[in-house]
Design a protein. Structure first.
Length: 302
């Protein structure tokens, strides 16, 4: 099965359809008048379709078991055709398009089974996905070339060249995936005044996004939050709450990170951990959806 451990929960919706075509009007009349020998076609098929949605992972090997939080199965009769529509919702890490299509398939098969004794010309046609939404797939093709970024590595050892920088370069690489150019990349020691002066210079230099990595822990030299917090004009607590919550599900010490986030002028400032794994988790948790903030900050609606 595909690894979805890096994904975040979000509302996922899928709508699928299937078509059952009969060969004579008498069959449609019997369905509507509930005179099919095996029972009420619509209700039996709906019940079967609900089971089909919920049991998808049992019969499709690569499908993940997931919570089904809403399912709707509706019908429309057009001439000799019954149009089946199945809508499925979940709040989870992966989508429900296969569940919706499986539900439509089982609904159609149940109809076929119930109708074949009275109509040998019944056909199942056009099982397909109509629409899906939710998750990062809605955003994965978006690029943000208008955003100019700066990355600051806060680390005594990297500044003194006794250690290599991995976290800053990881951030730059991930930003490139969204078409974001990192115009400034610098390394500073864990000194409050140096961090503040560097930040002040960058936010006044047409930088839209400033990410600092390192110095967010609890060692005596971890001072990035102390340096950045007084400079932030519009604090956004939810950003780091989201990142820490995401990390806590994967590593029990994520709660110890003291990162802060917010706007300094029109520059969004984020403070990330100093480890490469920590940085990648924060990027997974926040991007690209966090980039929506730039539109909101300009007065555009959500």
């Amino acid at each position: 099965m595909v690894n979805i451990t890096k994904k975040s929960n979000s509302l996922r919706i899928a709508v699928a359809s299937a078509t059952v075509k009969v060969s004579k009007q008498e069959t449609i009349d019997a369905i509507v008048q509930r005179k099919i020998p095996k029972g009420d076609v619509f209700e039996f098929a709906r019940a079967a379709g609900l089971f089909g949605v919920k049991k998808t992972s049992d019969v499709i090997p690569d499908c993940h078991p997931l919570p089904i939080e809403f399912t709707s199965i509706t019908y429309e009769i057009v001439d000799l055709t019954i149009l089946i529509k199945v809508e499925v919702h979940t709040i989870y890490k992966t989508g429900v398009e296969v569940e919706a299509m499986h539900g439509a398939s089982v609904t159609a098969l149940t109809m076929y089974d119930m109708l074949k004794p009275i109509d040998k010309g019944v056909e199942i046609q056009n099982i397909r996905l109509l629409q899906k939404s939710g998750g990062k797939s809605d955003l994965k093709h978006l690029k943000f070339p208008e955003i100019k970024a700066a990355v600051v590595v806060c680390s005594d050892s990297v500044f003194e060249k006794t250690a290599k920088d991995y976290s800053g370069k990881a951030i730059i690489s991930r930003l490139e995936q969204f078409g974001i150019v990192t115009k400034e990349y610098t390394i500073v020691p864990d000194e409050v005044e140096v961090i503040q002066n560097t930040t002040a210079e960058l936010v006044s230099n047409e930088i839209n996004l400033l990410i600092l990595t390192g110095g967010t822990g609890l060692s005596p030299r971890d001072v990035t939050p102390e340096a950045i917090s007084p400079l932030i004009e519009r604090k956004i607590d939810g950003i780091m709450e989201t990142a820490r919550n995401y990390g806590q599900d994967r590593m029990p010490y994520a709660m110890l990170s003291r990162g802060v986030a917010g706007f300094i002028g029109d520059t969004l400032v984020l403070t990330f951990p100093g480890s490469k794994n920590g940085v990648e988790e924060y990027m997974d948790a926040l991007f690209p959806q966090i980039l929506h903030l730039f539109k909101v900050n300009k007065g555009q609606k959500h």
